[in-house]
Design a protein around this ligand. Structure first.
Ligand code: PEP
Ligand code: CO
Length: 461
């Protein structure tokens, strides 16, 4: 966030709703924070032109279907589970990784459906989560300073001048991997992998005798029994729950990438971002009058905005007005990330500010990004207890304000990593080095993620 002097400045608020005619590149006349600086502009333009010609990854039917689900969640009739890596990497675009991510999302959602007694909509931070905001434009190691690594969509993580030069070809490589990822997800779903009658497909080989796994299996058998029972007595199959859908989401940070796949659909008479279903605006790029808000106001997708400390009533109200001027249901999700210590003080004000706008919004809690800390040796981690505490506070505050917490946004993996401390196995700072794989933010591992799901489902105190 630092480096953005404009972040707290009330001056920006008075710039108000942009009056320009919107088009997919209109953001280019606005100040765009967190963008890479490409040395070869002509090469970038060629890539964007190439990308604009490629077929889209999603389509408007799917995007509109998700918007309808978000509208249901806004009314309290459904719950959204958003989760995945902080950043996907090109290297980790493998069948194992994709399957594991699917398995954990499916397992968590099954537990949540059971406990909440509501449909749970699964939205992966996947198939395009390749660009990252950075707190500084440069990184210094041993006296040497280079441009920061901004994610695989932009440059390379190695610490050499060559690695850090933004390379437009990586935009195309990222698009291809996003397409490969979603293609594989779709084929698994079509093939029956996500059939709720066969949760045994989702077992993770390595889990073995973990306590989270046995609790999960107990839940699964009672769900299977009740599904079978219901189908037997009603004489029909529950198509809605039979084949779980998975939607894709990523931070819409790299505006050239988003712009290139923004299509006008005559049938709908609206512009759609077809790189994904649900793009969101990060905390560092949500300035009123900034390029990201300009881009997002013109697309028809359901969108998210990360909100947190430092966001004033006026600011959040202006965001809602610019991004959802017609109070359209399903359009706008506010993902709050205050941190366990700050949420109870700051969330109520935000809820009442948004209520004054009259716009429906979906409230989602991200209990990860306000709770990042460093250990004594400088390892980035998150304490499981703080994650749970922020979630509990979120449910409590929304209930006391008469609003509905309709989703969670988590950084997690199906792998057996040690990146967050705490949880069922009581991981300590000393355990982190054992299996720390994230190059950016620390993720919940399988057991920690399942425990979060069980607590949300009310199956565990
Ligand atoms: C993220 O979701 O990885 C992220 C950078 O979050 P935020 O914008 O909330 O800091
Ligand atoms: Co993150």
């Amino acid at each position: 966030m630092h480096g953005d002097a404009s972040w707290h400045s009330p001056r920006n608020l008075s710039r108000s709703i942009p009056k320009t005619e919107w088009h997919p590149a209109s953001w280019q006349s606005f100040e765009a924070s967190q963008q890479a600086s490409y040395p070869d502009k002509a090469a970038l333009d060629r890539v964007i032109a190439d990308l604009s010609r490629l077929p889209p990854i999603t389509n408007s039917w799917e995007v509109d279907a998700l918007k309808e689900y978000v509208a249901q969640a806004q009314r309290g009739e459904a719950f959204i589970l958003q989760g995945g890596d902080c950043a996907e990497t090109f290297d980790e675009c493998t069948s194992e990784n994709i399957v594991d991510k699917l398995k954990i999302l499916l397992q968590m959602s099954l537990v949540m459906i059971y406990g909440l007694k509501k449909p749970v909509i699964r939205v992966g931070r996947m198939a395009g989560q390749y660009a990252k905001p950075r707190s500084a434009d440069t990184e210094t190691r041993d006296g040497k300073t280079l441009p920061s690594f901004r994610g695989d969509l932009v440059n390379r993580s190695g610490f050499t001048p060559d690695d850090r030069i933004p390379d437009p070809q990586m935009i195309l490589r990222g698009y291809e991997r996003a397409a490969l990822t979603l293609n594989f997800v779709r084929s698994l779903i079509d093939g029956g992998f996500s059939d709720l009658h066969h949760p045994e497909y989702w077992d993770l080989g390595w889990v073995g005798h973990s306590s989270a796994a046995s609790e999960y299996h107990a839940i699964v058998s009672s769900i299977s029994d009740s599904l079978d029972f219901l189908e037997t007595v009603s004489g029909r199959q529950f198509h809605r729950t039979q084949r779980a859908e998975i939607y894709a989401a990523h931070e819409g940070l790299h505006l050239h990438y988003e712009q290139a796949q923004t299509r006008f659909l005559d049938r709908r008479e609206r512009w759609y971002n077809l790189t994904t279903h649900f793009p969101w605006i990060g905390m560092r790029t949500a300035q009123i009058g900034g390029a990201h808000i300009e881009y997002f106001r013109g697309i028809a997708n359901p969108i998210g905005v990360k909100v947190g400390q430092g966001m004033t009533r006026e600011w959040v109200q202006e965001l809602v007005r610019v991004l959802n001027p017609n109070n359209e249901p399903g359009r706008l999700t506010l993902i709050h990330r205050f941190g366990a210590k700050a949420i109870e003080e700051h969330l109520p004000g935000l809820i009442s500010a948004v209520r004054e706008t009259g716009s429906p919004v979906l409230w989602v809690c991200d209990p990860m990004h306000g709770n990042t800390e460093s250990t004594a040796d400088g390892t980035k981690t998150r304490r499981f207890d703080k994650i749970i505490s922020e979630l509990e506070s979120a449910f409590k505050v929304h209930e006391s304000m008469g609003s509905y917490l309709g989703g969670v946004h988590l950084e997690l993996t199906g792998e057996n990593v040690t990146e967050c401390t705490g949880g069922a196995r009581g991981l300590t700072d000393g355990d982190l080095a054992r299996a720390y794989k994230s190059t950016v933010d620390p993720r919940l591992n399988y057991e920690q993620a399942m425990e979060v799901a069980m607590r949300i489902a009310g199956l565990k105190r």
